[in-house]
Design a protein around this ligand. Structure first.
Ligand code: AVJ
Length: 326
Protein backbone atom coordinates (compact mmCIF):
# COMPACT_ATOMS: atom_id res chain seq x y z
CA UNK A 1 0.00 0.00 0.00
CA UNK A 2 0.97 3.65 -0.13
CA UNK A 3 0.00 4.64 3.47
CA UNK A 4 3.05 3.00 5.05
CA UNK A 5 5.31 5.06 2.77
CA UNK A 6 3.83 8.45 3.82
CA UNK A 7 4.35 10.34 7.06
CA UNK A 8 3.05 13.84 7.87
CA UNK A 9 4.83 16.19 10.28
CA UNK A 10 4.33 19.92 10.96
CA UNK A 11 2.44 22.88 12.38
CA UNK A 12 -1.10 22.43 13.80
CA UNK A 13 -3.80 24.58 12.13
CA UNK A 14 -4.69 26.61 15.27
CA UNK A 15 -1.31 28.18 15.12
CA UNK A 16 -1.79 29.04 11.45
CA UNK A 17 -5.11 30.82 12.18
CA UNK A 18 -3.54 32.99 14.88
CA UNK A 19 -0.71 33.85 12.50
CA UNK A 20 -3.19 35.04 9.87
CA UNK A 21 -5.11 37.23 12.36
CA UNK A 22 -1.84 38.80 13.59
CA UNK A 23 -0.59 39.42 10.06
CA UNK A 24 -3.88 41.05 9.01
CA UNK A 25 -3.99 43.25 12.13
CA UNK A 26 -0.39 44.36 11.74
CA UNK A 27 -0.43 44.69 7.95
CA UNK A 28 -3.68 46.66 7.66
CA UNK A 29 -2.64 49.01 10.49
CA UNK A 30 0.74 49.72 8.89
CA UNK A 31 1.62 52.31 6.28
CA UNK A 32 1.72 51.31 3.47
CA UNK A 33 -0.94 48.67 4.13
CA UNK A 34 0.09 45.15 3.18
CA UNK A 35 -0.59 41.46 3.79
CA UNK A 36 2.30 39.00 3.29
CA UNK A 37 1.98 37.09 0.01
CA UNK A 38 2.05 33.66 1.66
CA UNK A 39 -1.51 34.26 2.94
CA UNK A 40 -2.81 34.19 -0.65
CA UNK A 41 -2.56 30.39 -0.51
CA UNK A 42 -5.57 29.04 1.37
CA UNK A 43 -7.44 26.13 -0.29
CA UNK A 44 -9.21 28.46 -2.77
CA UNK A 45 -6.05 30.51 -3.40
CA UNK A 46 -3.98 27.38 -4.08
CA UNK A 47 -6.64 26.22 -6.53
CA UNK A 48 -6.58 29.58 -8.34
CA UNK A 49 -2.78 29.55 -8.40
CA UNK A 50 -2.81 26.12 -10.10
CA UNK A 51 -5.13 27.73 -12.68
CA UNK A 52 -2.70 30.66 -13.14
CA UNK A 53 0.00 28.12 -13.99
CA UNK A 54 -2.02 27.00 -17.03
CA UNK A 55 -2.76 30.51 -18.39
CA UNK A 56 -1.35 31.41 -21.83
CA UNK A 57 0.19 34.61 -20.38
CA UNK A 58 1.85 32.92 -17.38
CA UNK A 59 4.99 31.50 -19.02
CA UNK A 60 7.19 30.76 -15.91
CA UNK A 61 5.59 27.36 -15.17
CA UNK A 62 5.96 26.16 -18.76
CA UNK A 63 9.52 27.48 -19.06
CA UNK A 64 10.62 25.79 -15.82
CA UNK A 65 8.82 22.55 -16.71
CA UNK A 66 10.72 22.51 -20.02
CA UNK A 67 14.04 22.80 -18.14
CA UNK A 68 13.17 20.12 -15.54
CA UNK A 69 11.86 17.78 -18.21
CA UNK A 70 14.86 18.17 -20.54
CA UNK A 71 17.54 18.30 -17.85
CA UNK A 72 16.24 15.94 -15.15
CA UNK A 73 19.04 13.42 -15.82
CA UNK A 74 21.75 16.09 -15.59
CA UNK A 75 20.22 17.43 -12.39
CA UNK A 76 20.07 13.92 -10.90
CA UNK A 77 23.70 13.34 -11.93
CA UNK A 78 24.88 16.54 -10.22
CA UNK A 79 24.92 14.69 -6.85
CA UNK A 80 26.72 11.36 -6.91
CA UNK A 81 25.12 9.64 -3.88
CA UNK A 82 21.35 9.08 -3.45
CA UNK A 83 20.05 12.34 -1.98
CA UNK A 84 17.00 13.06 0.14
CA UNK A 85 14.93 15.33 -2.07
CA UNK A 86 13.48 18.29 -0.13
CA UNK A 87 11.13 20.84 -1.69
CA UNK A 88 10.01 24.25 -0.43
CA UNK A 89 6.40 25.06 -1.40
CA UNK A 90 5.77 21.86 -3.35
CA UNK A 91 2.06 22.48 -4.17
CA UNK A 92 0.92 19.87 -6.67
CA UNK A 93 4.58 18.79 -7.20
CA UNK A 94 3.73 18.39 -10.86
CA UNK A 95 7.06 19.74 -12.20
CA UNK A 96 9.01 17.86 -9.51
CA UNK A 97 7.89 14.55 -11.00
CA UNK A 98 10.61 14.76 -13.64
CA UNK A 99 13.37 15.12 -11.03
CA UNK A 100 11.82 12.39 -8.84
CA UNK A 101 11.71 9.97 -11.77
CA UNK A 102 15.29 10.72 -12.82
CA UNK A 103 16.53 10.15 -9.25
CA UNK A 104 14.61 6.86 -8.94
CA UNK A 105 15.98 5.73 -12.32
CA UNK A 106 19.50 6.48 -11.10
CA UNK A 107 19.36 5.10 -7.54
CA UNK A 108 16.41 2.67 -7.56
CA UNK A 109 14.92 4.39 -4.48
CA UNK A 110 14.10 7.90 -3.22
CA UNK A 111 13.04 9.69 -0.06
CA UNK A 112 11.10 12.89 -0.87
CA UNK A 113 10.23 15.52 1.75
CA UNK A 114 7.94 18.23 0.35
CA UNK A 115 7.26 21.23 2.61
CA UNK A 116 3.98 23.07 2.04
CA UNK A 117 1.51 25.33 3.84
CA UNK A 118 -1.39 23.31 2.40
CA UNK A 119 -1.99 19.92 4.01
CA UNK A 120 -4.45 19.08 1.22
CA UNK A 121 -1.75 19.69 -1.40
CA UNK A 122 0.73 17.47 0.48
CA UNK A 123 -1.77 14.62 0.75
CA UNK A 124 -2.98 14.91 -2.84
CA UNK A 125 0.55 14.94 -4.27
CA UNK A 126 1.52 11.97 -2.06
CA UNK A 127 -1.47 9.93 -3.28
CA UNK A 128 -0.47 10.32 -6.91
CA UNK A 129 3.31 10.00 -6.54
CA UNK A 130 3.31 7.00 -4.17
CA UNK A 131 0.82 5.07 -6.29
CA UNK A 132 2.98 5.58 -9.38
CA UNK A 133 6.33 4.88 -7.68
CA UNK A 134 6.72 1.92 -5.30
CA UNK A 135 10.40 2.94 -4.82
CA UNK A 136 9.35 6.27 -3.27
CA UNK A 137 8.99 7.19 0.42
CA UNK A 138 7.54 10.56 1.46
CA UNK A 139 7.64 12.75 4.54
CA UNK A 140 5.19 15.64 4.11
CA UNK A 141 6.19 18.69 6.16
CA UNK A 142 3.10 20.79 6.80
CA UNK A 143 4.01 24.40 7.47
CA UNK A 144 5.89 27.43 6.27
CA UNK A 145 8.90 26.39 4.31
CA UNK A 146 11.28 28.70 6.12
CA UNK A 147 10.70 26.49 9.16
CA UNK A 148 10.55 23.23 7.27
CA UNK A 149 14.27 22.54 7.30
CA UNK A 150 14.20 22.83 11.09
CA UNK A 151 11.29 20.39 11.38
CA UNK A 152 12.95 17.94 9.06
CA UNK A 153 15.24 15.67 11.06
CA UNK A 154 18.41 14.53 9.42
CA UNK A 155 17.65 10.84 9.84
CA UNK A 156 20.17 9.75 7.24
CA UNK A 157 23.62 10.96 6.34
CA UNK A 158 22.58 11.17 2.69
CA UNK A 159 23.06 14.54 0.98
CA UNK A 160 20.04 16.84 0.61
CA UNK A 161 18.91 18.12 -2.76
CA UNK A 162 16.69 21.06 -1.88
CA UNK A 163 14.33 22.38 -4.57
CA UNK A 164 12.94 25.88 -4.50
CA UNK A 165 11.05 26.10 -7.78
CA UNK A 166 8.68 28.48 -9.53
CA UNK A 167 10.70 31.66 -8.91
CA UNK A 168 9.13 31.86 -5.46
CA UNK A 169 12.24 33.80 -4.47
CA UNK A 170 10.69 36.64 -6.51
CA UNK A 171 8.12 37.22 -3.75
CA UNK A 172 10.97 38.29 -1.45
CA UNK A 173 12.72 41.66 -1.44
CA UNK A 174 16.51 41.51 -1.95
CA UNK A 175 17.04 41.91 1.78
CA UNK A 176 14.60 39.10 2.57
CA UNK A 177 15.97 36.87 -0.20
CA UNK A 178 19.52 37.35 1.06
CA UNK A 179 18.51 36.58 4.66
CA UNK A 180 16.56 33.48 3.58
CA UNK A 181 19.36 32.13 1.36
CA UNK A 182 21.91 32.68 4.14
CA UNK A 183 19.63 30.89 6.58
CA UNK A 184 19.24 27.93 4.22
CA UNK A 185 22.97 27.84 3.52
CA UNK A 186 23.78 27.63 7.23
CA UNK A 187 21.58 24.55 7.53
CA UNK A 188 23.19 22.75 4.60
CA UNK A 189 26.18 20.42 4.75
CA UNK A 190 28.98 20.74 2.15
CA UNK A 191 27.62 17.83 0.05
CA UNK A 192 24.06 19.30 -0.11
CA UNK A 193 22.74 21.34 -3.05
CA UNK A 194 19.97 23.92 -3.61
CA UNK A 195 18.24 23.97 -7.01
CA UNK A 196 16.47 27.29 -7.36
CA UNK A 197 14.14 28.52 -10.14
CA UNK A 198 14.66 32.15 -11.14
CA UNK A 199 12.51 34.16 -13.53
CA UNK A 200 14.52 36.50 -15.75
CA UNK A 201 14.06 40.20 -16.56
CA UNK A 202 12.40 40.57 -19.99
CA UNK A 203 10.06 42.74 -22.08
CA UNK A 204 7.78 44.60 -19.58
CA UNK A 205 4.70 43.88 -21.74
CA UNK A 206 5.31 40.13 -21.36
CA UNK A 207 5.82 40.49 -17.61
CA UNK A 208 2.75 42.68 -17.09
CA UNK A 209 0.52 40.30 -19.07
CA UNK A 210 1.79 37.37 -16.98
CA UNK A 211 0.57 39.12 -13.81
CA UNK A 212 -2.69 40.55 -15.20
CA UNK A 213 -4.21 37.94 -17.50
CA UNK A 214 -7.13 38.52 -19.86
CA UNK A 215 -9.38 35.98 -18.09
CA UNK A 216 -8.93 37.72 -14.73
CA UNK A 217 -7.66 34.64 -12.90
CA UNK A 218 -4.78 36.56 -11.28
CA UNK A 219 -7.26 39.24 -10.16
CA UNK A 220 -9.53 36.55 -8.66
CA UNK A 221 -6.49 34.92 -6.97
CA UNK A 222 -5.55 38.21 -5.31
CA UNK A 223 -9.13 39.26 -4.45
CA UNK A 224 -9.54 35.90 -2.70
CA UNK A 225 -7.40 37.42 0.05
CA UNK A 226 -10.30 39.78 0.90
CA UNK A 227 -12.74 36.86 0.82
CA UNK A 228 -10.38 34.83 3.03
CA UNK A 229 -10.22 37.62 5.62
CA UNK A 230 -14.05 37.73 5.72
CA UNK A 231 -14.31 33.91 5.84
CA UNK A 232 -11.74 33.32 8.55
CA UNK A 233 -11.79 36.51 10.61
CA UNK A 234 -15.45 37.52 10.12
CA UNK A 235 -16.79 41.04 9.51
CA UNK A 236 -17.91 42.89 6.44
CA UNK A 237 -14.94 43.17 4.06
CA UNK A 238 -16.15 42.59 0.46
CA UNK A 239 -14.11 41.73 -2.69
CA UNK A 240 -16.42 44.00 -4.77
CA UNK A 241 -15.04 47.05 -2.93
CA UNK A 242 -11.52 46.40 -4.27
CA UNK A 243 -9.87 45.94 -7.63
CA UNK A 244 -6.61 44.24 -8.58
CA UNK A 245 -3.72 46.30 -9.99
CA UNK A 246 -0.19 45.35 -10.93
CA UNK A 247 2.68 47.02 -12.79
CA UNK A 248 6.35 46.58 -13.69
CA UNK A 249 8.75 48.78 -11.70
CA UNK A 250 11.84 49.08 -13.93
CA UNK A 251 14.06 50.58 -11.23
CA UNK A 252 13.45 47.75 -8.76
CA UNK A 253 13.10 45.13 -11.53
CA UNK A 254 9.89 43.76 -10.06
CA UNK A 255 6.16 43.42 -10.64
CA UNK A 256 4.28 45.18 -7.82
CA UNK A 257 0.72 44.05 -7.10
CA UNK A 258 -1.93 45.52 -4.86
CA UNK A 259 -5.64 45.74 -4.20
CA UNK A 260 -7.13 49.21 -4.66
CA UNK A 261 -10.25 50.47 -2.87
CA UNK A 262 -13.05 51.39 -5.33
CA UNK A 263 -15.73 52.36 -2.74
CA UNK A 264 -15.08 54.36 0.44
CA UNK A 265 -16.07 52.28 3.47
CA UNK A 266 -15.15 51.32 7.00
CA UNK A 267 -14.44 47.61 7.39
CA UNK A 268 -14.82 45.70 10.65
CA UNK A 269 -12.68 42.59 11.11
CA UNK A 270 -13.58 41.15 14.53
CA UNK A 271 -11.21 38.15 14.30
CA UNK A 272 -8.29 40.58 14.01
CA UNK A 273 -9.83 43.09 16.49
CA UNK A 274 -9.59 45.70 13.76
CA UNK A 275 -11.57 48.51 12.14
CA UNK A 276 -10.18 50.11 8.97
CA UNK A 277 -11.38 53.28 7.20
CA UNK A 278 -10.79 52.87 3.45
CA UNK A 279 -10.86 55.82 1.00
CA UNK A 280 -11.18 55.37 -2.77
CA UNK A 281 -7.68 54.81 -4.20
CA UNK A 282 -6.22 53.41 -0.95
CA UNK A 283 -4.06 50.35 -1.51
CA UNK A 284 -3.23 47.07 0.15
CA UNK A 285 0.08 45.78 -1.16
CA UNK A 286 -0.20 42.04 -1.87
CA UNK A 287 2.85 40.82 -3.81
CA UNK A 288 6.20 41.50 -5.38
CA UNK A 289 7.53 39.36 -8.19
CA UNK A 290 11.22 40.28 -8.46
CA UNK A 291 12.95 39.32 -11.71
CA UNK A 292 16.68 38.72 -12.01
CA UNK A 293 19.32 38.98 -14.69
CA UNK A 294 21.89 36.15 -14.75
CA UNK A 295 24.30 38.72 -13.31
CA UNK A 296 22.05 40.07 -10.53
CA UNK A 297 21.17 36.53 -9.42
CA UNK A 298 24.81 35.40 -9.39
CA UNK A 299 25.61 38.42 -7.21
CA UNK A 300 22.78 37.59 -4.77
CA UNK A 301 23.85 33.93 -4.53
CA UNK A 302 27.47 34.93 -3.94
CA UNK A 303 26.41 37.43 -1.25
CA UNK A 304 24.58 34.60 0.52
CA UNK A 305 27.77 32.51 0.39
CA UNK A 306 26.65 30.08 -2.32
CA UNK A 307 28.68 29.03 -5.35
CA UNK A 308 26.64 28.71 -8.58
CA UNK A 309 27.67 25.25 -9.78
CA UNK A 310 25.40 24.82 -12.82
CA UNK A 311 22.79 26.84 -14.74
CA UNK A 312 20.08 25.62 -17.10
CA UNK A 313 17.91 27.95 -19.22
CA UNK A 314 14.82 27.24 -21.36
CA UNK A 315 14.91 27.55 -25.16
CA UNK A 316 13.52 31.10 -25.12
CA UNK A 317 15.84 32.28 -22.29
CA UNK A 318 12.91 33.30 -20.09
CA UNK A 319 13.76 31.30 -16.98
CA UNK A 320 16.79 29.83 -15.24
CA UNK A 321 17.35 26.89 -12.92
CA UNK A 322 20.49 27.36 -10.83
CA UNK A 323 22.25 24.67 -8.83
CA UNK A 324 23.89 26.24 -5.78
CA UNK A 325 26.57 24.70 -3.58
CA UNK A 326 26.84 25.90 0.06
C1 AVJ B 1 4.35 31.56 -6.76
C2 AVJ B 1 5.36 33.61 -6.14
C3 AVJ B 1 6.23 32.38 -7.97
O1 AVJ B 1 5.17 35.56 -8.36
O2 AVJ B 1 5.02 34.42 -10.19
C4 AVJ B 1 1.63 34.38 -9.92
C5 AVJ B 1 2.80 33.96 -7.65
N1 AVJ B 1 1.15 35.71 -8.30
N2 AVJ B 1 0.73 35.28 -10.36
C6 AVJ B 1 4.79 34.58 -9.00
C7 AVJ B 1 1.89 34.65 -8.61
C8 AVJ B 1 0.43 36.08 -9.37
C9 AVJ B 1 4.07 33.45 -8.26
N3 AVJ B 1 4.98 32.78 -7.28
Amino acid sequence: GTKDRFELVGTPPDHQEAEFADAVREGLSASPRHVPARFLYDARGSELFEQICTLPEYYPTRAEREILEDRADEIAAAIDREPTLVEFGSGSAEKTRHVIEALIARHGHLRYAPIDISRAALEASADGLLADHPELEMVGVWGEYARGLLTLERVTDSPLLVLWLGSSIGNLTHTEALAFLRDVRERLAPQDRLLIGVDLVKDPAVLEAAYDDAQGVTAAFTLNLIARIARELGGDLRPEDFCYRSRWNPDEERIESHLEVVRAHTAHIPGAKLEVAFEVGDRIHTEYAHKYTPKSFAALAADAGFAVERNWTDGEARFRSCLLAP
